[in-house]
Write a protein that binds this ligand. Structure first.
Ligand code: MTE
Length: 332
C-alpha cells in the first residue's frame, strides 16, 4: 500500500488558490481537524493580550538597541522587498504547528536566557551566551531572496553576520567536514514537538565549503529590528541559494562533524527532501513543479532562477565530482 504523508507546506492547492481564500480555508480545516478552538490559528480572541504589535520583534529584546545595522550593498535585490507584515505572519515553523499562521503561538518561546553550544571537532567545546555572541560578531544588513520548496518566495532584509565569522570563532579542527545545526526542544511551549511523528529536534547541515561561502548568513535581525520569534529568534540561518527548509530557526547547537548530518526533512521524507536542496527550476519536486514561484504579497508568479539567482557565488561549490555522486539529489 502506498501512503503519502501530507504536510501543510506540500498542499498543491497552494499554487492555484488565491492567498486569502487558501488561508481562510486552512484556518477552518485546522480547527475542524483538531476538534478544538485552540487549534484555530485565528484564535486571538482567546488571548486578547497578544496584540498584533507582538508579531514584531520580542518586547524587551536586549539587542533592540543594536539595530538598524549598516547595509552591505553587495547584497542588493532587483525586486521589491516583501512587506514586513507579511514576512512576519506567513511562516513555516513546525515546532509550533504546520499552519502558516503560527506567529501567535511562537510568542511563547522563551528567548532569554539562550545559549548556543559550539562542539564536535573544535579546539574547545563551549556554550556561548547569545548576547555575548551577537556582540562579538560584525553585524550588517543584507537583502536576500527567500525561496521555499513549496514554490513561494519573499525578499527579506536580514540583519546578522556571516556564518564564516562564527566558524572562525569556533575554531574547527581540520577534519571537520560538515556543520550541523540543531534547534531547541521545548514541547511545553512548542506544541508541534509534542507528537512523536516528527524526529525532533529540527536538524540542518552544510558542508564546510558551503558554511564558509560568503552568502551563508546567521540572522539575528530583520527589517532593522531584532528578528521576531516566529522568524527564528534569537538565531537562525539564511542560505538563499537553497530551499527555505535549510534556513534553520531557533538554533541552540552548532556542531562540527565528520559525517553528513541526517537532516530533519531528509529523515521525514528522504525521497522528497535531502541534504543539498539547492534551488533548481529544472528539477521538480516529485509532486510539483519548481519552475516558477508565487511571490508573497504580489499577485504574480515569477520564473525561478538556478541557485535562486546566486549561481555566481555558489555554483562552483558543486563540481563534477559532486554532480556524478549526487545527480539530481543536489537539487532536492
Ligand atoms: N526551522 C525550524 N526550526 N523549524 C521549521 O519548521 N521551517 C523551514 C525554515 N526553518 C523551519 C525552520 C522552512 S520550510 C522555511 S520555508 C523557512 O524556515 C521559513 O522561514 P520564515 O517563516 O522566516 O519565512
Amino acid at each position: 500500500m502506498w501512503i503519502k504523508r501530507k504536510r501543510g507546506w506540500e498542499l498543491p492547492e497552494r499554487a492555484a488558490t488565491p492567498e486569502h481564500v487558501f488561508r481562510d480555508r486552512r484556518r477552518f480545516m485546522a480547527g475542524a481537524a483538531a476538534g478544538s478552538l485552540l487549534a484555530v490559528s485565528g484564535a486571538g480572541a482567546l488571548w486578547p493580550h497578544r496584540s498584533r504589535a507582538q508579531m514584531g520583534p520580542p518586547e524587551g529584546d536586549p539587542t533592540t538597541g543594536l539595530y538598524p545595522v549598516p547595509r552591505n550593498d553587495a547584497y542588493a535585490l532587483s525586486r521589491p522587498i516583501t512587506e514586513e507584515k507579511l514576512a512576519v505572519t506567513y511562516n513555516n515553523y513546525y515546532e509550533f504547528g504546520s499552519s502558516k499562521t503560527i506567529w501567535r503561538d511562537a510568542q511563547r518561546l522563551p528567548i532569554r536566557p539562550w545559549t548556543v553550544t559550539l562542539d564536535g571537532l573544535v579546539a574547545d567545546e563551549r556554550e556561548v551566551d547569545i548576547d555575548q555572541l551577537i556582540k562579538a560578531m560584525p553585524l550588517e544588513e543584507r537583502l536576500y531572496r527567500h525561496r521555499c520548496v513549496e514554490a513561494w518566495s519573499m525578499a527579506v532584509p536580514w540583519s546578522g553576520f556571516p556564518l564564516k565569522a562564527l566558524v572562525d570563532y569556533a575554531k574547527p579542527l581540520s577534519d571537520a567536514k560538515y556543520v550541523r545545526f540543531e534547534t531547541f526542544e521545548m514541547p511545553d511551549v512548542a506544541r508541534g514537538q509534542r507528537g512523536s511523528w516528527y524526529p525532533w529536534p529540527y536538524v540542518e547541515g552544510l558542508t564546510m565549503a558551503e558554511a564558509t561561502n560568503e552568502l551563508a548568513f546567521m540572522v539575528t535581525g530583520m527589517y532593522g529590528k531584532p528578528v521576531p520569534k516566529q522568524n527564528g529568534s534569537p538565531l537562525r540561518l539564511a542560505v538563499p541559494w537553497k530551499y527555505g527548509f535549510k534556513s534553520v530557526k531557533g538554533i541552540t547547537r552548532i556542531s562540527f562533524v565528520k559525517e553528513m548530518p541526517k537532516t530533519f526533512w531528509w529523515d521525514v521524507a528522504a525521497d522528497e527532501y535531502g541534504f543539498w536542496a539547492n534551488v533548481n527550476p529544472e528539477v521538480d519536486h516529485p509532486r510539483w513543479s519548481q519552475a516558477s514561484e508565487r511571490v508573497i504579497g504580489e499577485d504574480r508568479r515569477i520564473h525561478t532562477q538556478p541557485f535562486n539567482g546566486y549561481g555566481e557565488q555558489v555554483a562552483h561549490l558543486y563540481g563534477e565530482k559532486l554532480k556524478r555522486e549526487y545527480g539530481d539529489r543536489l537539487y532536492r
